[in-house]
Design a protein around this ligand. Structure first.
Ligand code: F6P
Length: 353
């Protein structure tokens, strides 16, 4: 089949997440078998373009990787546009032209997609694929990696229940999600969290304490409190951004702070588990494999048609594409009218308000 794109480069930016290899396989298989494109793999995100760390990828490279975690290309958080007055962007452009790339395919979260959009403004052809366990990319209803991370978070909450009720303790579990509460909300509802605290709803510790005491008085002396890493109290929400950042850097992560506040307010014993990178590791779940593969194939179709400057996206139940400027520089937060918030409160989960 005729293809506008003859050669493209592919990289994975930001943190790793389940489904990256499935997406690489999806793009590369469709691009090489359907459209006979040549593919160059770029190592460690945008860093590989700066260093010229580029290699030819053939069928053997994207075989047997559908089910594997991490990324065969290596990940990196390089932000070339932060190098003000430096030459990283120039190096990237030179590398792109040196290898005669017709397009750069970037798999990543908000930072990677925004950098891709800025490179497109610099004259490069760029296509984005949205990946992140945070599900916080504007323009797509879903990102691959998210559903695997929700499953891991839910399993952790299930396991914490045993200790919670055996010891009559409050178990605080801190989940990732960056500045958005998607992961904590979905895993929290799926795991039956008694309290779920999200960045989108600054919490009132008195409301949390009242809820835990009420449960104890009703005979449930244990509780599970799910806290998004970006959650913040009403007091913190009122601070200047700089001051908030300063305080965060000086104190323990939010899960530990919430546990301490709960102990002070209620006299109950609280323990904290920070799930951390466990949420990003390991094999992708079935839904993420299918989603990542579909988004990859959609990217190959856009490459063949020469439709650059786009990000593949999930809209409703369909795979579509949106212009790169739709997600660039933004964060998709949980809207305050999201149905899961009402669902949570209807089953007596406190949202800290
Ligand atoms: O964006 C994915 C994510 O895991 C966030 O949930 C988390 O805040 C961040 O990455 C951690 O980043 P790093 O890998 O740089 O520690």
């Amino acid at each position: 089949m005729n293809s506008v794109t003859k050669t493209f480069g592919i990289l994975t930016g930001g943190g790793d997440c389940p489904g990256l290899n499935a997406a690489i396989r999806g793009v590369c298989r469709a691009a090489s078998t359907r459209y006979a494109m040549a593919i160059l793999g770029i190592a460690n995100g945008y860093r590989g373009l700066i260093d010229g760390d580029v290699r030819v990828l053939g069928p053997q490279d994207f075989s047997g990787i559908l089910t594997t975690g991490g990324t065969i290309l290596g990940a990196g958080r390089e932000k070339p546009f932060d190098d003000i007055g430096g030459d990283k962007v120039t190096a990237i452009k030179e590398c792109y032209h040196r290898y005669n790339l017709d397009c750069l395919v970037v798999l990543g979260g908000n930072g990677t997609i925004t950098t891709g959009w800025r490179l497109a403004q610099e004259g490069l052809n760029v296509l984005g694929l949205p990946k992140t366990i945070d599900n916080d990319i504007v323009g797509t209803d879903l990102t691959f990696g998210f559903q695997s991370a929700v499953a891991i978070g839910t399993e952790a909450i299930d396991r914490l229940h045993s200790t919670a009720h055996s010891h009559n303790r409050v178990m605080v579990v801190e989940l990732m999600g960056h500045k958005a509460g998607w992961l904590a909300l979905y895993a929290g509802v799926a795991g039956g969290g008694d309290v779920i605290l999200l960045p989108e709803i600054p919490y009132d510790i008195q409301a949390v304490a009242r809820h835990l005491v009420k449960r104890a008085q009703a005979g449930k002396a244990f509780s599970i409190v799910v806290v998004a890493e970006g959650a913040l109290s009403i007091e913190e929400a009122g601070l200047e951004k700089k001051e908030r950042k300063r305080r965060r850097e000086q104190t323990a992560s939010i899960g530990y702070r919430v546990a301490k506040e709960i102990e002070e307010e209620t006299g109950m014993t609280a323990r904290t588990t920070v799930l951390g990178y466990v949420q990003r590791g390991g094999v992708p779940c079935a839904e993420d494999r299918a989603l990542a593969t579909s988004l990859g194939v959609a990217a190959a179709d856009l490459l063949a048609q020469g439709k650059y400057g786009k990000m593949t996206a999930v809209v409703g139940r369909e795979i579509r594409s949106v212009d790169l400027n739709v997600p660039a520089g933004k964060v998709k937060s949980v809207p305050l009218n999201h149905y899961l918030l009402d669902t949570a409160e209807a089953v007596e989960t406190c949202l800290g308000r």
